[in-house]
Design a protein around this ligand. Structure first.
Ligand SMILES: [Ca+2]
Length: 175
């Protein structure tokens, strides 16, 4: 009886571990951290630079000016196989600023391919996640609001789970 209980506990632990590690495999890392960020515009009334979106802190945020379709773009400074992109919503207020986003990846800023779309918004400190089609390789990651007439791009943090691509991998030939 005891051995059955131990087996059940082990099975549950294995199941839990498999679920937890699914999106964050040990061979992946946040390849966006401290990389170069471009905002489509800069908020005029305060300092919230694009770099705030990749500084590892959820307590601050980047902030564009008011636009119809503002965007933020991260230069990963190399070619990466990209698995998942997470966008964290600001925690202080205005969570509905971030909504209806297109997430694109490309090897150049002029040739970007859709990785995923998130409809609607989330609450304060919420998280939007997109899993890219496999394999998706690129240097640039861009997130753009694509709905509405007047918007601000104001993510607290953007996390890109990926790994560097070696030259022998030609899976991105169709970009
Ligand atoms: Ca931040």
């Amino acid at each position: 009886m005891l051995s059955h209980s131990v087996s059940l506990v082990l099975a549950l632990v294995c199941l839990w571990y498999a679920q937890v590690s699914e999106g964050h495999r040990p061979d992946l890392e946040n390849v966006a951290y401290s990389k170069k960020v471009t905002l489509s515009s800069q908020y005029k009334h305060a300092s919230h630079p694009g770099s705030n979106a990749v500084n590892g802190l959820l307590s601050d945020f980047a902030h564009s000016d008011q636009e119809r379709f503002p965007w933020i773009r991260i230069d990963l400074e190399g070619r990466f196989l990209i698995h998942e992109i997470e966008v964290f919503v600001r925690t202080d207020c205005c969570a509905n600023q971030l909504h209806d986003i297109d997430v694109k990846v490309g090897n150049s800023t002029r040739r970007m391919r859709m990785c995923g779309h998130v409809s609607g918004d989330t609450g304060l400190g919420g998280r939007m996640a997109v899993f890219c089609p496999t394999p998706t390789v690129g240097r640039y990651v861009q997130i753009q609001i694509v709905k509405g007439a007047s918007n601000y791009m104001s993510p607290a943090e953007i996390v890109v789970w990926g790994k560097r691509v070696h030259y022998w991998l030609h899976s991105d030939h169709n970009f």
